[in-house]
Design a protein around this ligand. Structure first.
Ligand SMILES: [Zn+2]
Ligand SMILES: [Zn+2]
Length: 318
């Protein structure tokens, strides 16, 4: 065998092993997922287990999770990957559209077509899913603001790219008109986004709402004579809440506000090396001492946990 043939044989062997390894990895991941290994290890999601414990890249983690969950729904996908007739990256492309009803069609396409052809076919039926939102740092000296290159700035800039509907675009243009009119100067997309985000946060950010309510309350209390304040704190609602400590009683809005202030609207789970979870989304209020064990709705007994760590805490506790 000449030198070229030897290299080719080696490449074929390596590729075969690589495909075999991919299917083994897929089976392993399904088992991990099924046994909730990530929660038992203290990770708030399978994705965070992949990126933090296994040190896989975000894109590889997304791919593995998408494919392994889809393979559970459509087991034939797993068989094709095991046989080596569909690679993981091709499998990932069809996860958006594949389901038990159309599996024959899509699996055949994935087996017999190039990546580009698969992408094209998927795009025909699933335009929305493949227009990924994009938010990334850009080189400051080449910053592009709405297609116009502007001069270098001394702070980091992020390029935002997102697919939107035509309807939304028309509304954005309308909002830009209104904002420009109000300011008597042209409002670009960035100013509009700033304005919209401020309105959204003012209206919905629980930490901001709590800050506002609490400062309003302090002002009110200061202006109320002392005797009246004592009366308020002994109102029947508050006492009944305390005495019924063992029953599931709704947590009063004021206490909720204080929880958000206390935790700054962030999951309070701290891992074994002392890092606090950064999650600020999909948060649950958790009783440190459970209601069943007599824990009440006092601020000291309440905290915030993300959905994943809430599961972690309750699995460990049980
Ligand atoms: Zn809980
Ligand atoms: Zn968390």
């Amino acid at each position: 065998m000449n030198h070229i043939q030897i290299l080719h044989e080696q490449a074929l062997e390596a590729a075969k092993n690589y495909r075999k390894f991919e299917s083994q990895l897929l089976v392993l991941l399904q088992n991990l997922d099924q046994h909730k290994v990530h929660y038992k290890m203290g990770y708030r999601s399978l994705f965070h287990y992949f990126t933090e414990a296994l040190k896989l890249s975000e894109s590889v983690s997304y791919m593995l999770i998408n494919v392994s969950r889809k393979a559970k729904e459509v087991p034939e996908l797993k068989h094709e990957i095991e046989k080596g007739s569909i690679t993981l990256s091709k499998a990932k492309k069809i996860t958006f559209v594949l389901n038990p009803d159309n599996k024959d069609e899509w699996l055949a396409l994935a087996k017999n077509s190039t990546q580009a052809k698969i992408e094209k076919e998927v795009a025909k039926v699933a335009v929305k899913e493949i227009s990924y939102p994009k938010l990334e740092y850009v080189n400051e000296s080449f910053e592009v603001a709405e297609k116009v290159v502007v001069k270098k700035r001394d702070h980091a800039r992020i390029q935002l790219q997102v697919g939107i509907s035509e309807e939304l675009m028309i509304r954005i243009r309308r909002a830009q008109d209104i904002l420009s009119q109000k300011r008597q100067s042209t409002a670009g997309l960035e100013s509009l986004l700033e304005e919209a985000i401020s309105l959204c946060l003012d209206k919905f950010d629980p930490v901001k709402i709590a800050e506002k309510r609490m400062s309003r309350k302090t002002i009110q209390e200061e202006s109320v004579p002392l005797r009246k304040v004592q009366k308020i704190s002994q109102s029947p609602r508050m006492t009944s809440m305390k005495s019924r400590g063992n029953a599931r009683v709704a947590i009063p809005a004021e206490v909720k506000h204080q929880i958000y202030l206390k935790t700054n609207g962030r999951c309070t789970y701290v891992d074994s090396v002392g890092h606090r979870c950064p999650e600020t989304r999909f948060l649950d209020i958790h009783h440190l001492q459970s209601v069943a064990k007599g824990g009440g709705n006092e601020l000291q007994n309440l905290t915030l946990l993300c959905k994943g760590h809430h599961k972690v805490i309750h699995q460990v506790g049980s």
